[in-house]
Design a protein around this ligand. Structure first.
Ligand code: IMP
Ligand code: MG
Length: 179
């Protein structure tokens, strides 16, 4: 674990999950992906920015052949969802007939996925599943089938491991919660 309390901008955060706990949870997701996608050559679609760290650790554990692409969306300001998704960078790869796995840092209200899924489905992939490092079940506002969740967490604002508070904290290997 890092230091007891950290400060990002105006806010104090306390340790919440260690890098070791995160790694153990990712191992479990990777085992399932390796079994489910054996021989299928999936297309991993990483949702930036927050998904970069989870994607890196998860994909190093994926043993089959796969392709990896990145898209970028943003729906957050400060510690609250704006409820609107701004698509910043679209997907250019042909997804028709592909087995797609979306990689997300966290599913909170579900707004981001609720916006992305119809767009992806319109391009006729063979399948779409979601892999997310964190899931806040208490915040979910949409019906989503979340097959690969590493950790469920309460409805608290967390930072670290890819997640930011107004741009800061993404680099932290551990996860912190508002103190
Ligand atoms: P959703 O669209 O409400 O599900 O939120 C998804 C996005 O909001 C995530 O990809 C994160 O970028 C951001 N987000 C949600 N909860 C948190 C949090 O606790 N800390 C930092 N970012 C968060
Ligand atoms: Mg995000």
């Amino acid at each position: 674990m890092g230091p007891a309390l950290i400060t990002l901008h105006d806010k104090a955060f306390r340790p919440y999950l260690s890098a070791a706990e995160i790694a153990t949870a990712i191992d479990q997701v990777a085992l399932r992906l390796n079994a489910d996608y054996a021989g299928r050559q999936p297309l991993f679609v990483v949702v930036l920015t927050g998904g970069f760290m989870f994607a890196t650790d998860l994909l190093k554990r994926f043993t089959g052949n796969c392709e990896i692409v990145f898209i970028r969306v943003a729906s957050y300001e400060g510690t609250g969802s704006t409820g609107q998704v701004q698509e910043i960078m679209g997907l250019r790869e042909d997804v028709q007939g592909r087995d797609i796995i979306l990689i997300e840092d966290i599913v909170d209200t579900g707004t981001t996925l609720n916006h992305l899924l119809p767009t992806l489905r319109a391009n006729k992939p063979a399948s779409i599943e979601i892999a997310a490092m964190f899931f806040k079940p208490a915040s979910l506002r949409y019906r989503l089938d979340l097959k690969y969740i590493a950790l469920e967490i309460p409805n608290d604002f967390v930072v670290g491991y890819g997640l930011d508070y107004d741009g800061l904290g993404r680099n932290l290997p551990d996860v912190y919660v508002a103190a």
